[in-house]
Design a protein around this ligand. Structure first.
Ligand SMILES: C[S@@+](CC[C@H](N)C(=O)[O-])C[C@H]1O[C@@H](n2cnc3c(N)ncnc32)[C@H](O)[C@@H]1O
Length: 305
């Protein structure tokens, strides 16, 4: 089979999940199916979602080749619809779950998908190619104030003003239709950047907007944790600080016995629903040497009480 994606922190995740034979596990970000396959190899049953039809097709073929027929259900949907998906399948509780956020190597490396400044392609960046909003639409039709917000908020781009000013100027001449042209506009707007391509932050910001990656992430983490059986664990791998902040904040709140202002006596009656098992676990040096993508990964693990 073709190369799709190298799973990040695979052994750590699998050991944290302590997969039970015939337990039911949820993988919200199927990708190349690496985490999912290991869960099934240990006797777990699987429900997995992905927005990307390529991921569903690839993983389905992989699981069949590995003799996993009958052990899994793949749903092409957003994991943020977890409650609905589980209700429809009649699953009340899961024994564990994983979210390995962001994009897969396949999405990045397939020039046609328009995610990367490394290939000149139509500006697209959709995980789900059924949706209408593309990167081309964002770059050419969003008002300057929205573009600025996205670059600051999702890209933490300090040259956002220059970049947006040049996008607005250039798109008035002719629509910006390709990753190559956008990358050139950005490179010309950024005076100097240490480490990484000058377009890296802007491309990340536009991708987050196109796929609406941050809205509802915290709620999805809460929904999944609430539907774990006692002792069940959720592993979340994030790749940038904004994702991590959303996950951390929900886990901290759900693990607290009180959410009142610390200086006041407790009146909230809040009870911890989970316990935090691991925070900010990084890939080992050996893994980062083999898989550079794992360098920015951070794993959080929480367990249902
Ligand atoms: C980093 S990859 C997952 C890799 C996978 N764990 C593996 O071992 O191969 C992330 C995948 O999640 C999908 N994805 C990202 N956000 C999603 C969402 N909100 N709902 C469903 N799928 C999503 C992407 O399309 C991509 O295929």
């Amino acid at each position: 089979m073709m190369f799709y994606h190298t799973s990040v922190m695979l052994e750590e995740v699998i050991s944290q999940l302590a997969v039970k034979r015939d337990g039911i596990y949820f993988d919200g970000t199927l990708g190349g199916g690496g985490h999912s396959l290991e869960i099934m190899k240990r006797g777990g049953r699987l429900v997995a979602t992905d927005l990307d039809g390529d991921a569903i097709q690839y993983a389905d073929a992989l699981f069949r080749t590995e003799g996993m027929d009958g052990k899994y259900t793949l749903v092409r949907d957003n994991f943020k619809n977890f409650v609905n998906i589980s209700d429809k399948l009649g699953i009340e509780k899961y024994d564990g779950a994983i979210l390995d956020l962001g994009v897969s190597s396949h999405q990045f490396d397939d020039g046609e998908r328009g995610f990367s400044y490394r290939f000149d392609a139509e500006l697209d960046m959709r995980m789900d190619r059924r949706q209408d909003l593309t990167a081309k639409e964002v770059v050419n039709n969003y008002p300057p104030s929205e573009l600025l917000r996205i670059l600051y908020e999702y890209g933490e781009e300090s040259f956002a003003k220059n970049i947006v000013a040049n996008i607005i100027k250039e798109r008035a001449n002719a629509p910006i239709e390709t990753t190559g042209r956008l990358a050139k506009i950005i490179s010309d707007s950024v005076p100097y950047r240490k480490g990484g391509h000058p377009a890296k932050k802007t491309f990340q910001a536009i991708r987050i907007e196109v796929n609406d990656e941050l809205n509802g992430l915290g709620n999805a983490v809460r929904d999944i944790l609430r539907r774990l059986a006692v002792g069940g664990r959720l592993c979340v791998i994030t790749f940038h600080s904004l994702e991590d902040k959303a996950v951390k904040s929900v886990m901290r709140e759900m693990a607290a016995d009180c959410i009142c202002d610390k200086s006041l006596p407790c009146v909230c009656g809040h009870k911890a629903e989970i316990k935090i098992i691991k925070t900010n676990v990084k890939a080992t040096k050996e893994e980062t040497e083999i898989n550079s993508r794992s360098k920015s990964a951070s794993l959080r693990v929480a367990e249902k009480l």
